[in-house]
Design a protein around this ligand. Sequence first.
Ligand SMILES: [Fe+2]
Length: 211
Amino acid sequence: MTGPVTNTPGSASSDPVSPGGTVASLSLPPWAVATTARRAHIARVVTLIGTWAAQLAVSPAERQAWHDAAMWHDALRDAPEHALRAILADDPVAGAGDSAEIPPDPAFLHGPAAAARLAADGERRDGVLDAIRWHTVGSVGWGATGRALYMADFLEPGRGFAREDRAALARRVPLDFDGVFREVVQMRVQWAVGAGKALAPRTVALWNSVR
Ligand SMILES: [Fe+2]
């Protein structure tokens, strides 16, 4: 069984753009709790989102935002539920109302918790924080960073289902960013409904905005 890996030194504010692709190249915050398998997933998301950023020739600032959102989105994915809830209890943003939107399923806690920790560390880019905060739920308020992360997290090649369909979608992103985003939202909503999951209000709003 793969256990949590102890923290890797890293800076939440000075992470350089890198090609990613290997776990060794990851620069996670010092408070990250992520297994070896999780770090491999993060590396694949960083690589995929970097490929799209290059093909779309986005600005250096946008490219950095996509990279950082991908790098940090699952930084707390393997932290215990009580630790995530403790972070959110101390978070002024969550305490002001966002916590009421977080679905009760513990799997939804790691995004808001990571965003809270990054904000506490000094991260000020709302696009990066919102991308991470809502990456498991979706958000109609997203710009390109949130949308790119939502797609890359789902389309990275390490996931075992619908490999060919997802690879085709990943290749189409630079050609039809909004169209693929819509298809990814549809696939994720269909999966959740098929699995009998309740949809978070943000997920419903996102689906209604793109259908
Ligand atoms: Fe992820």
